[in-house]
Design a protein around this ligand. Structure first.
Ligand code: T4K
Length: 393
């Protein structure tokens, strides 16, 4: 076992935090900004159903994403579910087991069979070779996830989708603010879904957004999220209720103004983690992204190698709690191991996904986390490694 001393461990023996440090905390704009906006809602006496604040927010997002082909929802799960329905996706869809369970639920509610294939060991996104190998006559689409905001292999997936005439859909729940080659990530694929949940880097309390290549989908999704109403007397399809309300739109609009500083802060925290964890034996930091990617710094991931680190990822997760640090194991277990998806036949052994799910740990990163707090978290991680290493020396 390596017991190499490391920077963080040498600095000091850390004490538990006085208050809990969660994996994330929502960014909240100055309360005066929000109360000014509330006044407008009070004056309008309009709370939901395509109100004026929502309309303005939709225009802001269209500018931000440089597209009119967008539709707002009350959460990301319903956005994805409705988007799949609107596109008429059926049969089998090739997807990743290493994601939040809502990705697969959106398929389930459309009676689509998920076909789970393995992920890339560096960026945890779908492995294009595995995708191609899993195509059958029943495959209609690929549902890939820019997990943790790491862009999928956009070119390879687009090439496969084109050659096999499949729809290419991205769950971009984590990827708000990410750009590739100077373009918003929403510009890739046939459809992308962004989650604006409170736990996301960018949020609207709860909320979701779809962006599409086909402009006709916007009208369909507008119907589907509002019971299928075309007007007061015509219902053109069996829709549901998935509308975003005025309070959500207000928060979304406020947080958008602060997006740049939120990302800047994330970048600084990321740099602290990378500097202070780089030499900790058994801690593998996520691979650097390609130079044409502008990342959003929404997540900080490490993989724990039990042999080198001395304790398992699960033990580290538990021990961090003793220091009042609440990390998370996103995404463990794999979706195919949840009781409700255990019956899905697996053709791929999911070797990489299984290894990653057993080793991954998400460390805290959010706007209000100070750089000192991030350093202390590194000290704790290093201390836990060193302690064990010393015992075994
Ligand atoms: N696709 C992907 C790839 C996704 O990751 C998600 C959602 C979706 C689709 C679906 O999008 P939405 O329908 O949610 O828009 C959280 C979120 O609820 C979920 O939105 C998110 N992914 C998932 C990765 O994480 P939990 O159960 O882990 O969240 P929770 O409540 O344990 O919160 C985590 C930590 O955040 C807490 O320990 C403390 C902090 N927190 C949380 C909330 C809600 C706060 O400080 N304040 C808060 O208001 O699922």
């Amino acid at each position: 076992m390596k017991t190499v001393a490391n920077k963080a461990a040498i600095r000091n023996t850390p004490k538990p935090f006085e208050k809990p440090i969660y994996v994330t905390r929502p960014f909240l704009p100055p309360i005066e900004e929000f109360t000014d906006g509330l006044q407008e809602i009070w004056d309008n006496q309009w709370l939901t159903n395509d109100g004026p604040v929502l309309k303005r927010f939709a225009r802001q997002l269209s500018n931000y994403f440089e597209t009119d082909n967008a539709c707002l929802f009350n959460n990301g799960t319903l956005a994805l579910q409705i988007g799949l329905q609107g596109m008429g996706i059926s049969g089998e869809v090739i997807t990743t087991p290493f994601t939040f369970v809502a990705t697969t639920h959106a398929l389930y509610w459309n009676k689509i069979r998920p076909v789970f294939v393995d992920i890339d060991p560096d960026y945890y996104t779908l492995d294009p070779e595995k995708v191609e190998a899993a195509i059958t006559p029943w495959t209609t689409a690929i549902l890939a996830v820019h997990v943790f905001g790491y862009p999928c292999n956009l070119l390879a997936l687009a090439d496969i989708a084109r050659r096999y005439n499949l729809k290419l859909i991205y769950d971009a729940a984590h990827a708000f603010g990410v750009q590739v080659g100077g373009k918003p990530i929403a510009h890739f694929g046939d459809m992308s879904m962004f989650s604006f949940h409170a736990t996301k880097l960018y949020h609207s309390l709860e909320g979701g957004l779809l962006t599409f290549r086909d402009s006709g989908l916007r009208q369909t999704c507008d119907y589907l999220k509002n019971f299928g109403f075309k007007n007061q007397t015509e219902v053109v399809m069996p829709g549901t209720n998935a509308k975003m309300n005025e309070m959500q739109a207000l928060m979304g609009s406020m947080v958008l103004k602060h997006l740049d500083v939120i990302i800047e802060k994330g970048q600084k925290i990321d740099a602290v983690y990378r500097e202070h964890l780089a030499d900790v034996p058994g801690i593998r930091l996520a691979s650097p992204l390609h130079s044409d990617v502008r990342y959003n710094y929404a997540y900080m991931l490490v993989e724990v190698d039990q042999e080198e680190f001395g304790i398992s990822r699960d033990d580290l997760y538990e021990k961090l709690k003793e220091y009042n640090i609440y990390s998370r194991r996103y995404f463990h277990p794999l979706i195919c191991d949840f009781a409700c998806y255990k019956s899905v036949a697996l053709k791929d052994p999911l070797t990489v996904a299984r290894r990653v799910a057993d080793r991954i740990l998400n460390l805290p990163v959010y706007y209000d986390l100070s750089l000192d707090e991030a350093r202390t978290i590194c000290d704790v991680v290093a201390h836990l490694q060193t302690k064990r290493g010393t015992q075994h020396a």
